[in-house]
Design a protein around this ligand. Structure first.
Ligand code: ZN
Length: 73
């Protein structure tokens, strides 16, 4: 098995066909999703305009739910 120097392209980019209104471009533009914060209640993402790069929205994704088991007597 030959190894070609680890040039493996990990083309697994999470691309969502999301479009939001950008106040700078004054139209609906495709946006890029950027992870901002990892919070206990979910991950906070920022949506950036792919044209001018300004933030056009923030979203909290509640993907991972931590199950808290409270034992009440
Ligand atoms: Zn823009």
């Amino acid at each position: 098995m030959a190894d070609f120097g680890g040039n493996a392209t990990e083309g697994y980019e999470q691309f969502e066909a999301t479009s939001l209104y950008c106040p700078h471009c004054k139209e609906t533009v495709p946006v890029r999703k950027k992870l901002l914060l990892i919070l206990p209640e979910g991950d906070e993402y920022e949506y950036l305009c792919i044209r001018c790069g300004s933030s056009v929205g923030i979203k909290l994704e509640k993907g991972k739910e931590k199950v808290k088991i409270l034992l009440e007597p």
